[in-house]
Each structure stands twice: as structure tokens, then as C-alpha cells.
Write a protein that binds this ligand. Structure first.
Ligand SMILES: [Zn+2]
Length: 142
């Protein structure tokens, strides 16, 4: 897994996201599967982390066929399956549950996943509680 800082060209939001590899990031980006958590724009790109990266803007193969796309989708669904099996779904109570794990029984608790507002995530971060955003595909669309 690799963590990238992403940048939204529409609202200038910056946020972190996890990917299996840099290739996966490129594929998701090309397929417009990366969206801004704040304004839902697809004009999201990797924030430039170091000067070297500016010069290495290589030509990315744009001929993504369906097979490759499905492979990416399978990868994401694989993560989702893993998360569903190993983490507890807490829905909108994410911030509350994250705090209770952080402050109470962090050793015995399963990880959790759910939805949280940007304000929640910001507050959690200020309290030293680490959260991660992951790409998520609605399985109904399959
Ligand atoms: Zn945005």
C-alpha cells in the first residue's frame, strides 16, 4: 500500500489516500474514479511532493481497456472485502467510535470503518487519531 497526498484543482483541498501501487493510482485517476472528498470533483491529482516529480511527468498510457479496469475494480473490491471482514462497520458513528477506541480499549478493538465529515476527520487528527480515506466502489454497480 502506498499513501499519496492528493490535491483537488477545483476547491484546492488536500487530502491523503491509500493505493495498492502507483500504477493503481494512475489507473483510478485516468478512469476518473478519484474524487475530492469535499466537492466531489474528479479534478484530483497527486500533490507534487518533490522537485524530481515535476520532471518525471511521463506519458501515461491512456488506452485502458475494460480488462484492466475490471482488474482495478477487483482490487478495490478486494480491499473492501478485507475491510468488511476485519473491520467493524460503524456508519455515521465513525468519529464517536474512533474516539472510544483511541481513549478506551484500543488493544482489544477491531478496526472500524464508516463515514465521517471533514470536520470530524480534522478534529480526530488534532486529537492524534489517525484515519485514512480509501477509494470505495458501491458494489451495487457491479
Ligand atoms: Zn474539491
Amino acid at each position: 500500500m502506498i499513501k499519496y497526498k492528493l490535491y483537488c484543482k477545483s476547491c484546492e483541498a488536500k487530502f491523503d489516500s491509500w493505493f495498492a501501487s502507483s500504477n493503481e493510482y494512475e489507473r483510478l485517476n485516468k478512469k476518473k474514479l478519484l474524487t475530492c472528498y469535499k466537492c466531489n470533483s474528479v479534478k484530483v491529482e497527486k500533490a507534487i511532493m518533490s522537485p524530481q516529480l515535476i520532471n518525471s511527468k511521463s506519458k501515461i498510457n491512456e488506452n485502458l481497456d475494460l480488462k484492466k479496469y475490471n482488474k482495478v475494480k477487483k482490487t478495490i473490491l478486494g480491499y473492501q472485502r478485507f475491510i468488511k471482514e476485519n473491520f467493524k462497520y460503524v456508519g455515521d458513528n465513525f468519529a464517536y467510535e474512533a474516539r472510544s477506541i483511541h481513549y478506551n480499549d484500543k488493544k482489544k478493538s477491531k478496526g472500524i470503518y464508516g463515514t465521517a465529515s471533514q470536520d470530524d476527520l480534522k478534529e480526530l487528527k488534532e486529537e492524534g487519531i489517525d484515519t485514512q480515506m480509501i477509494p470505495w466502489i458501491d458494489e451495487i454497480q457491479n
